[in-house]
Design a protein around this ligand. Sequence first.
Ligand code: TRP
Length: 345
Amino acid sequence: MTQFKDLVFSGMQPTHSLHLGNYLGAMVNWVRMQDTHACIYCVVDLHAITMPQDPKALARNIREVAAAYIACGIDPQRSILFNQSRVHQHAELAWVFNCVARMGWMSRMTQFKEKAGKDRENASVGLFVYPTLMAADILLYRATAVPVGEDQKQHLELTRDIAQKFNNDFADTIAEAGFGEAFFPLPEPMIQGPATRVMSLRDGTKKMSKSDPSDYSRINLTDDADAIAQKVRKAKTDPEPLPSEAAGLSGRPEADNLVGIYAALKDVSRDAVLAEFGGANFSTFKAALVDVAVEKVAPITAEMRRLTADPGHIDAILASGAEKASVMAEETMKAVKEIVGFARA
Ligand code: TRP
């Protein structure tokens, strides 16, 4: 697949404000990737409405998530940053993919089953076809690498299946249009591993999540220093002092999580953290953790505040990103229309 240029695409839904799990698990990685790859980062608002949204809150969240991307270090000069609904070709390509993907494939998607719950008859049709829209997001730019969490692996496999079936089904017209053997690349997931997985502060066996009813389970990027200090102080622990090596954290999910967060914030290993804090009790360690967390999160929070105070500025950044994305998207859609056999003007 040497014909495809290296290109990274990823996105997050604007259904909530971001938390430390999003930052350490995904965003840090996205920011780094800007040094080595062309990157497109999207606020996937079309995906957000697969579940009911309050329109005013949605509009606010789109800007807030865009502000969080920028505050964390996504540079809109270097990378393309936009919200999905501004580039109509996402929906257009998703329709073509709805006609490529098979009912059987879609019915196996575990995230749909989880999100729809027991009342499947009442789930939106959009929720069911969510993964074809995700495939369209990625393949519209013919992206080759997609940094995502473990939970999105199945959607990436589906994306590859769709790309492959499209390439096979339309092999003749793809060749005639001069694209050789394959029009779409088979994008590779870059799975963000357990080393960067941040767990709930209330339960070290559950992922830190926006949907946890307890706000004490997570550190939000909008939390101020006091809130961070309180949440860390209340974080669940066990009665033992810290071990002196990472191996000693096994079977101690809460200790492992707090040490892991500290290590990720400092960009060092768990062993390095424990070389310093081995034998210490949690009150000592938590005080140090509050310091590094505040040191890292406070500037992000401040920058997000500055940015969200001027919604017009964020909108201008998103509009300019969308303009760049549209040029690439239109080029793909033009080819797709020719390949599929739609008459052109
Ligand atoms: N489904 C992804 C999630 O919930 C978000 C998403 C939508 C995405 N489109 C994408 C991620 C394209 C990567 C690439 O996390």
